[in-house]
Design a protein around this ligand. Structure first.
Ligand SMILES: [Cu+2]
Length: 144
């Protein structure tokens, strides 16, 4: 179960909702550590290569977020890509709670962006206070 990864991902997400780059950086560091500690052998052998690749990619993004506490736009760019990694990860590892994938069509000059949330109430981490309510649920990832 990816409990520690999910906890730290959501703490990072909530720091970005609050426009708090410093807090996002410290959560990013905890997420980086949690990703490094995940036991790949806990998933079926057929999924281990894919999981390893996801963990590697996610760690790079978490590291950049941890190192850019005063550049929140840069943190958000990494967070948006990281969010797809975390979604792919929980599809393999399972999750201890229901997660909502939320889509915001306004992010990055209307290219759009996605993230995961513990709630279906929209609080936008990609745009923060500028457009806090922008987004809609695109997928529900249920506990398995
Ligand atoms: Cu970077």
């Amino acid at each position: 179960m990816a409990t520690t990864i999910i906890n730290n991902y959501l703490a990072l997400k909530n720091a970005l909702v609050e426009d708090n780059g410093k807090k996002a950086a410290s959560s990013g560091k905890l997420l980086y550590d949690a990703l490094g500690k995940y036991e790949i052998s806990s998933v079926p052998a057929s999924k281990q290569k894919e999981l390893k690749d996801i963990l590697y990619d996610a760690r790079e993004h978490a590291e950049h977020i941890s190192e850019n506490g005063n550049k929140i736009d840069h943190q958000r760019e990494h967070f948006e890509i990281l969010s797809t990694d975390i979604k792919d990860l929980v599809v393999i590892t399972g999750a201890d709670r229901t997660l909502y994938q939320i889509y915001c069509p306004m992010y990055d000059n209307k290219k759009g962006g996605k993230w995961l949330s513990e709630s279906n109430e929209i609080k936008n981490p990609l745009l923060g206070s500028k457009m806090i309510k922008c987004g809609s649920v695109s997928q529900v990832i249920a506990v398995k």
